[in-house]
Design a protein around this ligand. Structure first.
Ligand SMILES: [Zn+2]
Ligand SMILES: [Zn+2]
Ligand SMILES: [Zn+2]
Ligand SMILES: [Zn+2]
Ligand SMILES: [Zn+2]
Length: 608
């Protein structure tokens, strides 16, 4: 059984002893000096030799010195059915075996809450980025000169955690992943109804079985404890397909924390035999790599959110054993876990919100879509801004009560707001539509109106399995109803500007109003204006003259036209002529000829 040396020495030795190469014990001891004292290093080599991991071999060549090689027979390597390394701290020692699986743990390492790690990972929200410093890593170091400086992976933008940073800066709230904020939040529901996600029945059974069986928490590993709670902590009505979609969004965003995993390292550096030897010594479960997790997500393997978390814990344990607890690779898993755990919490709060915000690029009004889980709608007041419409994501149970809200409009930012700054939104929000509202607030209220309108439809129309075109059409209809109110508020704004940019602008606007309302404007503003007035008056006079000339021309042309017509049409009524009297007159009818007789007699060229 492997013990008395940290598991990561196996990887270090194998790198030196690839393909059965033998090296003097002193070389193997020296390779460990980054991790431990010279004394511990020589003890580690001695222990590994006693356990049969390293085997003595007569050196070739002239030196004839004794060398150590990695044991080449898998079956001769020490083997124990249970993991000799603690699932929490990844070190050997007196470990307790889990009653349900092959994992082990130190009793003192056991987590209080299986979802909360014992190490602390500071949140990078609202504070400069720092690589985590882990207190539990404080082992004695004899040689630090070769320590790698950890590279800091670039944190990715998290659409779901854009908690207002200015708020954080002032209140110091949530600076660290803190335990004050109770994750086990309750939802405030606008209305209870058939559309609500139903809580699973399994909850009661599980809860009672847990209550009666509290002692088993000390007998089981974190992995098994999580499994027992998986169904209880899963959002109701979240099927494998939808879960696969949500996990993909989370994984795509966060997997880049880790660039190297155990499987990748082995494939890159070792041959199959060396891989098999190391696997036999170190790993009890399947060596889970990044690609395995990606494939599990793509294949919709996960039934529960927690199963995903459990796989990541295995990945983390494997990497800690393989690369060492101080390695960049292992530290990166802490950041991955932090971000994924955050997403898991978000998905538990509202799977629809998580999906909508990850699909924000597909719809302009994604925030107006209703969720199966109805969110209470409130006006939340922040320092320096008017009460702003928001959805309540969760409410803390503890005093002082804080509302975790997400605002309508703009970037849909999140904030924690004290209970006293929260006003529930009445069904009629017309009173909130004021001409004084800023453009941003008007847009936010319009989005709120759309949301309230869309909430009358079944949320399943917007669900994961729904036809997106139906949802888009509903949104379009809602939007067409909601735009009118902002139009009126916008026109009201023109009449009375809320905050004039400069006093001059406002005065000019007032002057424009008076000129348009007065019938005969009087020039009142000095010489330049009276000059302009005179020239304008002259222009008007000129235009009138031109108009008169045109009218004269027009009547002359009309007269000429009538003359021409009279030659071809009835001289009397200008209808189409049917017969000619003589070549100076034609008529449409005898009647017209008779009426025109008195005028025409004088000029008629035909003798009657
Ligand atoms: Zn431990
Ligand atoms: Zn277990
Ligand atoms: Zn939601
Ligand atoms: Zn006629
Ligand atoms: Zn005639």
């Amino acid at each position: 059984m492997a013990g008395d040396f940290p598991p990561s020495v196996i990887r270090i030795w194998m790198d030196k002893l690839k393909k059965g190469v033998g090296l003097p014990a002193t070389v193997l001891e020296r390779s460990l000096l980054n991790l431990m004292s010279a004394e511990s290093a020589s003890l580690s080599v001695k222990n590994a030799t006693e356990q049969g991991i390293l085997v003595a071999r007569a050196g070739g060549g002239r030196s004839k010195r004794l060398t150590l090689a990695f044991c080449q027979k898998v079956t001769r390597l020490p083997y124990s059915p249970n993991d000799p390394f603690c699932f929490e701290c990844h070190l050997p020692g007196v470990v307790k075996k889990c009653i349900s699986c092959v994992r082990s743990f130190h009793e003192k390492c056991q987590r209080q809450d299986p979802e909360k790690p014992n190490y602390s990972v500071p949140s990078d929200k609202g504070q400069p980025y720092q690589f985590p410093v882990n207190e539990s890593d404080d082992e004695p170091l004899n040689n630090t000169q070769n320590l790698e400086i950890p590279q800091t992976p670039r944190p990715l933008l998290d659409h779901n955690s854009n908690i207002d940073q200015t708020l954080l800066a002032t209140t110091d709230f949530l600076k660290h992943e803190n335990f004050e904020w109770d994750d086990d939040v309750f939802f405030v529901c606008e209305q209870k109804g058939a559309r609500q996600r139903k809580l699973p029945r399994i909850k009661d059974e599980l809860q009672s079985s847990l209550d009666s069986d509290e002692g088993s928490d000390l007998e089981r590993c974190t992995h098994c404890r999580l499994l027992a709670l998986a169904a209880l902590h899963n959002p109701p009505q979240l099927d494998k397909q939808e879960l696969g979609c949500l996990l993909k969004y989370s994984w795509d965003q966060h997997h880049s924390w880790i660039s190297m995993d155990v499987a990748k390292y082995m494939a890159k550096n070792w041959n199959e035999r060396d891989k098999a030897l190391v696997k036999r010594v170190l790993f009890k479960t399947k060596i889970l790599g990044l690609r395995d997790i990606e494939q599990n997500i793509a294949a919709e393997k996960y039934t529960y959110l927690t199963e995903f978390l459990m796989d990541l814990l295995d990945l983390q344990h494997n990497m800690a054993m393989f690369f060492g607890r101080k390695s960049v690779e292992y530290n990166a898993t802490k950041w991955l876990m932090r971000d994924v755990t955050h997403d898991i919490r978000e998905i538990r709060r509202c799977p629809d919100c998580f999906r909508y915000s990850n699909e924000a690029s597909l719809s302009d009004l994604w925030f107006a879509k209703p969720c199966l889980q109805r969110h209470e709608l409130v006006f939340a007041k922040q320092v320096g801004s008017p009460p702003w419409p928001a959805k309540v994501m969760s409410v803390s149970k503890r005093q002082p009560i804080k509302y975790d809200v997400r605002f309508f409009g703009g970037t849909h930012s999140r904030a924690l707001i004290s209970e006293r700054d929260i006003t529930p939104i009445e069904s009629d929000i017309q009173s909130y539509i004021k001409p004084r509202n800023s453009r941003a607030l008007s847009a936010a209220i319009r989005e709120l109106q759309c949301h309230m309108m869309l909430s009358h439809y079944s949320a399943s129309l917007f669900g994961f399995h729904a036809d997106p075109t139906v949802a888009e059409n509903l949104i379009k209809v809602a939007l067409s109803h909601c735009t009118e109110s902002t139009e009126t508020s916008a026109s009201g704004k023109r009449g009375r500007p809320p905050t004039p940019a400069t006093p001059g602008v406002a005065r000019r606007r007032r002057l424009n109003n008076t000129t348009s309302n007065t019938a005969s404007p009087v020039p009142i503003r000095g010489i330049p204006d009276s000059v302009a007035y005179d020239s304008l008056t002259a222009e008007v006079q000129q235009a009138n003259n031109d108009l008169l000339k045109c009218r004269i021309e027009l009547s002359a042309t009309q007269k000429k036209l009538a003359e021409v017509k009279r030659k071809q049409w009835c001289y009397h009524c200008l209808d189409e002529a049917v017969f000619n009297c003589c070549f100076t007159a034609s008529y449409c009818s005898v009647e017209c000829q008779r009426r025109d007789k008195r005028r025409h007699q004088a000029s008629c060229q035909v003798t009657h």
